[in-house]
Design a protein around this ligand. Sequence first.
Ligand code: OGA
Ligand code: MN
Length: 207
Amino acid sequence: MSTTSSDPTVAVVDGLEARGWACLDAFLAADEARELAAECLGAREAGAFRRARVGRGSGKVIREDIRRDEVLWLEEATAGPAARRYLDRLEELRLGINRRFFAGLFNFEGHFAVYPPGAFYKAHLDRHRGTADRVVTAILYLNDGWVPEDGGRLKLWTTPGVQEGPVEWIEPRLGTLVVFFAGDHWHEVEVAQRTRASVTGWFRVRG
Ligand code: OGA
Ligand code: MN
């Protein structure tokens, strides 16, 4: 059953339970999200980002035909104050998901992602073939004043397991959070016409 709650954690968990995904405007207040955006873009200016790769382990490769974003993995030790506060919010979310689903999520691994103009990410699932550790995807968008002409929407196939049927189009607006079961929902990022920033990551189980 779905309820609308003013508690964002409850709203996300309700959405996951009812549909397998949730999207919340203003999961972060605008000033918090702007501070996080400044940390992200500051680190990129400083040259800390790397081209994102596909695959896993030693098989990771740059594939410009599949994805063109640049990433910086978040580490508790080196994260700025806004990133730490956001990681604390995600910790609340992790505990809320565990309480509702007995999911056994034990941590979050995530990165800042920047899509330069012209970048995209083709349709994919977030769970690597033959693995099951990434259970829930959480993406927070950091783009102030994003307008439809800027493109860069997330296209989310809402039917679990298949890249067909109804789709949800989500604009990457400042403070919006989208959460979904990582192994279930196909998704892609359409071409961004201007620099598009986010924090993307996964709640994981051991193994
Ligand atoms: C990803 C991803 C979607 C987005 O990084 O795996 O699908 O909207 N990102 O940024
Ligand atoms: Mn993805």
